[in-house]
Design a protein around this ligand. Sequence first.
Ligand code: BTN
Length: 332
Amino acid sequence: MNPLTFAALRRLADGRFHSGEAIARELGRSRATLSEALGHAGELGVEVFSVRGRGYRLAAPVDFLDAGAVAAEMAAGSQAAPGIHVQVVDEVDSTSSRLLALAAAGAPSGTCLAAEWQSAGRGRRGRAWISSLGGSITFSVLWRFERGAGHLGGLSLVAGLAVARALAACGARRVAVKWPNDVVVDLRKLAGLLVETSGEMAGPSVAVIGVGLNYRLPEAVRDRIDQPVLDLARATPDLPSRSVVLGRMLRELEAALRGFEREGFAPLREEWLATHAYQGRPVRVLPAGEPPYEAVVTDVGPDGTLLVTLPSGRSMALSSAELSLRGQKAEA
Ligand code: BTN
């Protein structure tokens, strides 16, 4: 995306009319170049109106991230310096892909990248992650562990729980987790996590935790998502700014990652079970590349595996799969 598009959208962020001539002058470009740059806003999921004699206006204000406000929210109420260091960029292909490359190049634990726009955001199982400029919060955190990659089993559950806690603290009601690490409200997806790990069996290992939150998705963007979704704006009566929400998620994630480093998933297992939207419920299990089957969710293991019972009465421990609820209208 043309950097001028982001610069022009920043000047229009308040949702009021702004003269095209004044913006073009401020940015040192011609009005024709500005008009061409704003012509690409639709690709970011942002609608721009142009009215002769009044200028340009956004259909809805865009709340751009402010790295200082994110850092301030992370530090709120804590004496210790945050162990996560956030960089905010306008555009990247995928914050997780970028952090995986940085991890391989030796980037330190706690490196975090948040992007206003991902041109190739990735979901689980090779799906695309659909978002819009200002309508989503997309970021990834790199964390290094002493333990081996084979012992990071419960990490994705811990990370999902941390995001759920942060969103509840932002005022979202009825927040729940869905194994392995979605955050849902009334079975609709509010946030998704992609946890990618690598390293030696005996350690050390590294995890890149990517989080995509639906913050205030325009209807046209919601319509492109092939599962029931909800955004934070509809889940909370008093929506905090994107920077505050990001800061809270990072604060909870850091605490959860430090706890997981010390004690693993076990101390959070009860809280996770109490927050699991699918606990004790009949589900359809969708293993990657295999036919789906029916089961009932019974428990979660100390290593984060999901325990289900098949119609035959046999128990199974799942370490990866997707779930959908049986007999519900909104299948999340
Ligand atoms: C899922 O539910 O399928 C996981 C979605 C994860 C999306 C986030 S957005 C930030 C980070 N960068 C990516 O490319 N993906 C993750």
